[in-house]
Design a protein around this ligand. Structure first.
Ligand SMILES: [Zn+2]
Ligand SMILES: [Zn+2]
Length: 251
């Protein structure tokens, strides 16, 4: 499995695109979240209209899904070279209605012109979904909007992307992961609805995670504080990475 950290920024970072990642397996290209500054990262990586198989939206905050209308319109607007094969979008219950509103506000009347079908799958906490060569499952986090973390396995390796919010401990959901992509905000100051770097590392250690990727850091912290303390951020058994946009990681 290959992961491309397309964007690793918080909501309002002027330098770093919103938290958004690409999972590539033998049979599937799955985009995780598509915030308002994330869609151009997909185009930079691969501009082909038919490149993606599916998009997962963890929650309905603009920095996680307002890039969708542009992403979808660009798949269509290539004329004869535009997309014809279906695209799946996965998100929590109610997304069909939310998606309609989003498209209506962004580009009213355009979806009817698309030459490809958009299949929306609504999922719930605790549910398991098979998609091509992947098994997906979902668990809530503690965040200001209802957010579902997604666990992805291809039968060989397993990764979890938590979207936004602190993960809930005491279940097997995060146990023994090959990679955990976790949203953090500040170094050790805890803010409700977010993890800190320190609490994220502790959480990964407690769950026997092999590699922890820290993302979604506060823009000022990342710019001013992180360079000074980067070397200090280490896990015991857990490998810690702080990716840059477009970094690739193989598991
Ligand atoms: Zn966010
Ligand atoms: Zn959020």
């Amino acid at each position: 499995m290959k992961i491309i950290f397309l964007g690793i920024g918080e909501a309002f970072d002027e330098n770093i695109p919103n938290n958004s990642h690409l999972i590539i397996t033998e049979k599937t290209k799955l985009l995780l979240d598509c915030g308002m500054t994330a869609a151009p990262q997909v185009w930079k990586f691969n501009p082909a209209p038919s490149f993606l198989d599916a998009v997962y939206i963890s929650h309905w905050h603009a920095d996680h899904y307002f890039g969708l209308p542009g992403l979808l319109l660009r798949m269509w607007e290539g004329g004869k070279a535009g997309r014809t094969r279906p695209l799946t979008i996965i998100s929590r219950e109610g997304f069909k209605e939310q998606f309609k509103k989003l498209m209506q506000l962004a580009y009213a009347g355009f979806q009817e012109k698309f030459k490809y079908e958009i299949k929306i799958i609504e999922v719930k906490e605790g549910e398991e979904l098979e998609f091509q060569d992947l098994k997906l499952s979902f668990q809530k986090t503690v965040h200001s909007g209802e957010n579902l973390a997604i666990k992805i396995t291809d039968g060989k390796k397993t990764i979890t992307y938590n979207g936004d919010g602190s993960p809930i401990s005491g279940t097997d959901f995060y146990k023994n992961l090959d990679l955990l992509i976790l949203e953090t905000y500040l170094y050790d100051k805890e803010i409700i609805g977010h993890s800190s770097v320190v609490s994220a590392i502790k959480f990964a250690e407690n769950n026997n995670v092999k590699c922890l990727a820290l993302t979604h850091m506060n823009r000022d912290f990342r710019k001013n504080e992180l360079p000074k303390i980067r070397d200090k951020i280490k896990g015991g058994k857990v490998k810690i990475i702080i990716p840059e946009p477009m970094d690739e990681y193989n598991i």
